[in-house]
Design a protein around this ligand. Structure first.
Ligand code: SAM
Length: 423
């Protein structure tokens, strides 16, 4: 069964475009390239599609090969072509022939851009990993992924596509619009990191606001602080809250129904603009900027959040991956520096997000890195917090010890402001 599956998506081709709608010419080109590659044709089928909005239809064709197949589809309206060459390597290794065939066809169409994929198929030892490999982009050039055994739920909510998947490493995992959000066996990295550095640095946090965070994971961490009387959680999407209540108890441990908690469904930006109440902690536990959360990553919104902070309060948010999204981290910390006296950037590797992940505690008063290890230890003890999987008194300081490439993204701390900090 094992073999090699090559695909190529060709954009803005500049070769002889008449071939896009000429079935016999296209078939002749494919036959010629196939024979040149040394693969063996055993059958073929071609179809020309009808005219569309006055434009001639494209052509779809398959050459059946003794070694598997070649498939081709043309899109004359955009000058696009998709190619698919699959060879099995059962009786011999046909990989170089497959590579020669797809390269010959790519050259013939002279595309401005090509997107290629190489898949190893049908490993002779049996499945290399159970389940579907789902990839997520770190930026336009980098992806990472996990294999999932099964999809428990897939739902288009009013705002986003919500999936629940199950993986051997991660357990039950939530994805929103194809982005990994949280996972049973791994959630402690992010949820402990987004809550405890700020919460421990506040001497007596009583009233908190979480915007987003509908999975209840950050909420559960916050409720571990026995100083907390009240938490208001505002998430845009009722489905996220409902699904998390029903399926993600291993993450939220019922926090969404805790008597100290008010769970509201709505736009966090709207809520902050209209609420009179002041909060000791505000946690922005949102999807990334390129989602419905976009307006909540603006200078204006940072100012609005500052206006709902009680004196001595702090806000926390995640900034993205400093290696893969340096400009996002740079621009966000620059915007925050224009609003808050102290922008304490920190970070950690988060397996579910495929990278070292940046966060920041922002405040006019609180600077987590100024808190000594023994103070962190004392406050953890005073608040009876002893069941954490990531955060502890030493990790607190380590989180704020930044690698140089990340530190360089942050606004220059001028000598005077540094002296002020040390004073
Ligand atoms: N930990 C995740 C991360 O770092 O990407 C975030 C998890 S949480 C599930 C993200 C939540 O933000 C989602 O439930 C989504 O509905 C919510 N959200 C997005 N835009 C929002 C908005 N404008 N107001 C309130 N919640 C919002």
């Amino acid at each position: 069964m094992q073999g090699l599956h090559l695909t190529a998506d060709l954009y803005q081709c500049s070769g002889d475009l008449s071939i896009f709608v000429n079935e016999s010419a296209l078939a002749a080109l494919c036959r010629k390239q196939t024979e040149l590659s040394g693969l063996t044709i055993v059958g073929e089928k071609w179809v020309t599609f009808p005219e569309y909005q006055g434009e001639p239809g494209g052509v779809t064709g398959t050459l059946l090969l003794a070694e598997s197949h070649l498939a081709i589809h043309t899109w004359p309206e955009t000058g696009g072509v998709t190619l698919d060459v699959y060879v099995c390597n059962f009786s011999g290794n046909n990989s170089s022939k497959a590579q020669q065939l797809i390269d010959g066809l790519v050259d013939a169409f002279q595309p401005a851009h090509v997107q290629r994929n190489n898949l190893l198929r049908g490993d002779k030892e049996g499945p290399v990993g159970s389940g579907e490999l789902l990839l997520e982009s770190l930026n336009d050039h980098a992806v990472y992924g996990f294999r999932f055994n099964r999809r428990i739920l897939s739902r288009q909510t009013k705002y986003q596509h919500l999936e629940l998947l199950e993986s051997p490493d991660l357990g039950l995992t939530m994805r929103l619009d194809g982005c990994l959000m949280t996972a049973e066996k791994e959630e402690f990295f992010y949820h402990e990191a987004i809550v405890h550095p700020a919460a421990i640095s506040h001497p007596n946090p009583r009233n908190a606001l979480i915007i987003g965070g509908g999975d209840g994971g950050a909420l559960e961490e916050l409720l571990k602080h026995n100083t907390i009387d009240r938490v208001t959680l505002v998430d845009l999407d009722a489905d996220v809250i409902d699904v998390s209540r029903e399926y993600l108890q291993a993450i939220n441990h019922g926090s969404l129904d805790n008597p100290r908690v008010s769970v509201l469904v709505g736009d966090g930006a709207e809520f902050v603009r209209t609420i009179e109440e002041k909060f000791d902690l505000v946690i922005l536990d949102l999807t990334d900027p390129e989602t419905p959360a976009g307006p909540l990553y603006t200078t204006q919104f940072f100012h609005e959040c500052k206006s709902v902070l009680a004196p001595g309060g702090a806000m926390v948010l995640h900034l993205g991956a400093p290696f893969h999204e340096p400009e996002q981290v740079r621009s966000m910390t620059a915007a925050l520096t224009g609003v808050f006296e102290h922008v304490s950037a920190y970070g950690l590797h988060i397996p579910l997000y495929g990278s070292y992940w940046a966060l920041a505690v922002v405040s006019d008063v609180i600077q987590p890195s100024a808190l000594a290890t023994e103070d962190v230890q004392q406050r953890l003890a005073d608040r009876h917090i002893d069941n954490l999987q990531y955060y502890n008194d030493e990790v607190h300081g380590a989180l704020f010890a930044l690698p140089n490439y990340y530190r360089k993204l942050l606004p220059e701390v001028t000598e005077s402001s540094r002296v002020a900090e040390l004073a």
